[in-house]
Design a protein around this ligand. Structure first.
Ligand SMILES: NC(=O)c1ccc[n+]([C@@H]2O[C@H](COP(=O)([O-])OP(=O)(O)OC[C@H]3O[C@@H](n4cnc5c(N)ncnc54)[C@H](OP(=O)(O)O)[C@@H]3O)[C@@H](O)[C@H]2O)c1
Length: 328
């Protein structure tokens, strides 16, 4: 597994990481043993970067990671977690020093550690980026030794650009995939210039870019691909990257012709993301060990030819951009 430098932290992390949302909740039922086996499979395959959050299964995802790490010898992977979404209502006023510290204390307890590698503000309201005191509170948590570093997870490119103006922000997590190409236009160049790490989430557009979905595919009532398709529970951009399902399926059919013989479409989609050197780590989610293994194996896929990259861009511009480009 190849590694990349995680921005100013100087730490090396596997370029393919593991997204631990689905093993926590919101993707239908994943049993405890399956969840643990999936994390073990990712780590066995050379993954050294895990992304989780305090709200994934209300802490279940973090606790599963802690259990798995307890069972393993050797170097601890880089574990990134998030705070903010436990606020109810989820408003900028809730991002106080006291609330942030209480959330971080719970992250520490769930993850069974005394210092977090990285805590990310979990898609806070845009107004938070206009409140330097929030970032000051994170500086204080760093000074206390509870967190090694902090970053943000954002919905919009504009929020990402605003966030990296704060000197303490070492990383930005953003949606970037074949169906969500805008971050590469400006934000990636700015992040690279400031040596800010970029964590790419939703790389498979919630599974669409594996090529396995059809008009007949049905999702569990407890799966956000059922209950959040119109954005009823959280930002609609987190489900299928915000692309209308049928339009996405048509684009996937056209993309199939560009995928080299013998390469799974999911691996192609992950390789496409890694073609940009502003990306520090891509974090595909997985619900089963074989998915985690297949995603890690994408690291072996050869770089994508220039004409293929151009053809992917053309499909995006024609079929997908009108639905998403100006929104996020
Ligand atoms: N606001 C935020 O900060 C935020 C929001 C969203 C996600 N994230 C992070 O980003 C991570 C990744 O995003 P995501 O999980 O939403 O979406 P994703 O990585 O695009 O899709 C993951 C889903 O695709 C399917 N899949 C994965 N690998 C596969 C393979 N090799 N073959 C076939 N199917 C496969 C699995 O679901 P099925 O098998 O059920 O199809 C899996 O749960 C999350 O786990 C989380 O850590 C953060």
């Amino acid at each position: 597994m190849k590694t990349r430098r995680f921005g100013r932290t100087g730490r090396e992390v596997s370029e393919i990481g593991f997204g631990a949302w689905a093993i926590g909740g919101s993707w239908g039922d994943v049993g405890h043993e399956d969840a643990k086996a999936t994390v073990h499979a990712a780590l066995d395959a050379g993954v050294t970067f895990l992304d989780t959050a305090d709200v994934y299964g209300d802490g279940r995802s973090e606790r599963i990671i802690a259990e798995v790490l307890e069972e393993r010898a050797g170097a601890r992977p880089f574990v990134a977690t998030k705070v903010g979404r436990r606020l109810d209502p989820h408003e900028a006023d809730g991002y106080t020093a006291a609330n942030l510290e209480a959330f971080v204390d719970r992250n520490l307890a769930n993850l069974g550690t005394d210092r977090l590698d990285l805590v990310q503000l979990h898609c806070p309201p845009t107004e938070v980026y206009y409140r330097p005191e929030v970032f000051g509170a994170l500086d204080d948590l760093k000074a206390k030794g509870k967190i090694a570093d902090y970053g943000v997870s954002v919905e919009k490119v504009e929020e990402a650009l605003k966030a990296i103006a704060f000197p303490g922000v070492v990383s930005v997590q953003i949606i970037y995939n074949i169906f969500r190409q805008r971050p590469a236009d400006l934000f990636f160049r700015e992040a690279k210039a400031r040596d800010v790490a970029v964590i790419v989430r939703v790389p498979l557009a919630s599974g669409l870019l594996t090529g396995k979905m059809t008009r007949e595919t049905r999702f569990d009532p407890e799966d956000h691909r059922n209950f959040n398709r119109q954005g009823a529970a959280f930002d609609v951009g987190e489900t299928f990257a915000g692309v209308p399902y049928e339009a996405a399926l048509d684009a996937v059919e056209e993309l199939r012709g560009l995928v080299p013989e013998g390469v799974p479409m999911a691996a192609f989609a992950l390789r496409w993301i890694l073609m940009d050197d502003a990306v520090s780590v891509v974090i595909p989610g997985a619900r089963r060990p074989e998915q985690a293994r297949a995603n890690a194996a994408a690291d072996d896929v050869a770089p994508i030819a220039e004409d293929t990259m151009a053809a992917v861009r053309e499909i995006y511009e024609r079929r997908i951009a009108p639905h998403v480009h100006q929104r996020w």
